[in-house]
Design a binder for this molecule. Structure first.
Ligand code: PXG
Length: 288
């Protein structure tokens, strides 16, 4: 496996960055998780746009243009002869001294790793999965906005630990005011009285590429969908619930905190979206 670091390729064992990199010292950096299907990278422009937006917010100069980053991603897939899989694009502040000041870091470190995908068990897709609401709340958007896909994932990692402690794979997170935001690595949707709802990103959720794709897909299918705040109560009493993410795609949720959602099986609208998702992936693919 070859890893891209700042324009060169290294074998996995030799792919190393400095301990003085502020990505390591402070979690100072941003990343993207992207996916390739059947020789095409899904939603590549959308991921690169978000990568740039995250960098803009943390004032990280990526040095490379969007097209150059795109080429780095595609070149890494080509070098590894991969037609399917997961792509991790990372930019950190780069080497500096032990102080916090990012201005002492001369140049960003850009890394592209490609690998096989780590997905949920197939049973979850067929029968639905159980989740919990974590007690860890989302970061406050006016400190670090959860819209920034930063290398600081401790907030989500705490919630992931809670999920593991409850023997489930994913946890739902609320913001400080108690509104449902998203999960540790997936966005959330509910269906109530035939209307699909997902939280607006300003509440404290990543603007997921899969989320936006699903919103577009629902509109194409003439389903009613809106970005609307909702609470734990509306989640517990929803008719259907599903999660979206690059790795997960679309996964039905049938239980939250031991409350059965709807009929306890993947809902009709959820199934309609899942059935149509695969058919539309190819339209948003960039040839490797
Ligand atoms: N919310 C958060 C907090 C995420 O990290 C998503 C939603 C879904 O967004 P996309 O663009 O993928 O539809 C993510 C992204 C993992 C893993 O190993 C998952 C993500 C990121 C990093 C690791 O499960 N999901």
């Amino acid at each position: 496996m070859l890893v891209y670091i700042n324009g060169s390729f290294y074998e996995k064992e030799a792919a190393k960055i400095s301990v003085f990199d502020h990505g390591f010292l402070y979690g100072d950096g941003v990343f993207e998780g992207i996916r390739a299907y059947n020789g095409k990278v899904f939603l590549l422009d959308e991921h690169i746009d978000r990568f740039y937006a995250s960098s803009q917010v943390i004032m990280l100069d990526l040095i490379l243009t969007k097209n150059e980053i795109k080429k780095a991603v595609l070149d890494t897939l080509r070098k590894n002869d991969l037609k399917e899989g997961y792509i991790r694009l990372v930019a950190s502040r780069g080497d500096g001294d032990l102080g916090l000041d990012p201005m002492n870091c001369k140049k960003a470190t850009i890394v592209v790793i490609v690998d096989k995908l780590n997905i949920y068990p197939k049973d979850f897709y067929d029968k639905g999965m159980s989740t919990i609401i974590a007690s860890t709340r989302k970061n406050c958007p006016d400190s670090i906005s959860p819209r920034v896909k930063s290398l600081n994932y401790l907030n989500n990692i705490f919630a992931k630990i809670e999920a593991r402690q409850s023997n489930v794979k994913e946890a739902i997170m609320l913001n400080k005011e108690g509104y449902v935001c998203e999960c540790t690595g997936d966005n959330i949707f509910i269906v109530s009285n035939g209307i699909i709802k997902t939280p607006p990103t300003y509440l404290g959720a990543l603007q997921g590429c899969t989320r936006d794709f699903v919103i577009g897909l629902a509109k194409k299918l003439n389903l009613e969908i809106s970005e609307t705040p909702f609470t734990q109560y509306e989640l517990y009493t929803a008719d259907e619930c599903f999660l979206t993410g690059t790795a997960a795609e679309i996964i039905p949720v049938i239980k939250v905190d031991d409350r059965v959602i709807g009929n306890g099986v993947p809902g009709e609208i959820t199934k309609k979206i899942i059935d149509n998702f695969k058919n539309h992936i190819d339209e948003k693919g960039t040839e490797i």
